[in-house]
Ligand binder design. Structure first.
Ligand code: ASP
Length: 333
């Protein structure tokens, strides 16, 4: 189900969202991902997990699935920056703390797979901009022009009417009071929708991946939390894994997903850990936090999961042997 469909169902009172549930018993394999668009992503990852495949392969496959869809928020169909250029951020991390990332990558369809190549073929963690593109081409990724999805094109044209070239980090806030505030433009189009997914495989190993076109209409060159290990994604195979969506600058400031994993190490459940990280953001600037959205999503070594967001509207998708659902996240404000 895509997000528009989800909205329609919600407004009819026919939401596919289940009641939040906490899973106390161990379950593996399992994959969880941000947003309702995670349902299809999970299905792609599940093909691998259910055949006893490795979590790192599953999360890459899940991310590739949505990169192929050319939707508004991920991949070559994603929202452009202020100059009309689509720049992509992605990362991947496995159970050995191997990790790779790309930022500001242009005209490459599968940034998550380039990130994996960075992880496997270089001594580095992050490649950016032209260097990342050159590396991708050298590794057999074809150059392909971005093709804005209809949603992205429409939203960009709308934004251009009033655009001011100033580095506003909270461009999400066009609609503050709607049921999904602040993630949607006035017409219901989502304006950020990063795909982050974390998985636990049948062998008990954790991995994660993130892919995004980043914040809509960002300043050219801006990098969000998504490709930053410890901000948009963190995996510690002894403890758990976490990912995030929302205003990346706020996540970077608190090393968000690393913090979530450290809270789980101290014994907190995934949901409690996500909540504590959200509280850290809100405490720093409670007034500003009212205008921001950040959601964290976490999975521990036992296959227990949970999420927490600053505001209402963050949802996540879960796929395991016993579940295939969208869950609404709890929220602070
Ligand atoms: N976290 C992303 C960023 O700041 C935005 C999103 O979640 O969609 O680039």
């Amino acid at each position: 189900m895509n997000r528009k469909k989800f909205l329609q169902l919600s407004s009819l009172g026919l939401s596919a969202v289940s009641l939040p549930s906490f899973s106390p018993s161990a379950q593996k394999p399992i994959v969880i991902s941000t947003w309702d668009s995670g349902m299809a992503v999970n299905a792609a990852a599940w093909d691998i997990l259910s055949a006893n495949g490795k979590s790192v392969d599953a999360v890459e496959e899940g991310a590739r699935h949505i990169e192929n869809e050319l939707n508004c928020c991920v991949g070559l169909g994603g929202y452009p920056d202020r100059d009309g250029i689509v720049t992509l951020d992605a990362c991947i991390m496995d159970e050995h703390a191997n990790c790779g990332a790309v930022a500001g990558l242009e005209q490459i369809r599968h940034p998550v797979s380039v990130a994996r190549k960075v992880m496997e073929k270089t001594p580095h963690v992050i490649l950016v901009g032209n260097g990342a593109q050159q590396f991708a081409i050298e590794n057999g990724f074809p150059k392909e022009p971005a093709k804005l999805s209809d949603d992205a094109e429409h939203a960009y044209r709308d934004w251009l009417k009033k655009s001011t070239y100033s580095p506003v980090i909270n461009i999400e806030n066009k609609k503050q009071n709607g049921p999904f505030a602040p993630n949607f433009f006035d017409d219901g189009t989502p304006n950020h929708d990063t795909m982050g997914l974390v998985a636990l495989d049948a062998s008990g190993d954790l991995s994660g991946a993130v892919t995004t076109s980043g914040m809509a209409f960002k300043v050219h060159g801006r990098v969000g939390d998504s490709p930053i290990i410890g901000a948009g994604l963190f995996v510690d195979n002894e403890v758990g894994a976490a990912t995030s969506s929302g205003v990346g600058e706020e996540v970077i400031r608190i090393c968000g997903t690393h913090l979530v994993v450290e809270f789980m190490r101290q014994g907190m459940s995934p949901e409690q850990a996500c909540k504590k990280a959200v509280e850290r953001i809100v405490k720093r600037d409670p007034v500003k936090a009212k205008t921001l959205q950040v959601g964290f999503l976490a999975l521990n070594k036992k296959g227990q999961y949970g999420a927490y967001a600053i505001q209402k509207g963050f949802v996540y998708s879960v796929r395991s042997g016993s579940e295939n659902k969208i869950h609404p996240s709890k929220f602070l404000i």
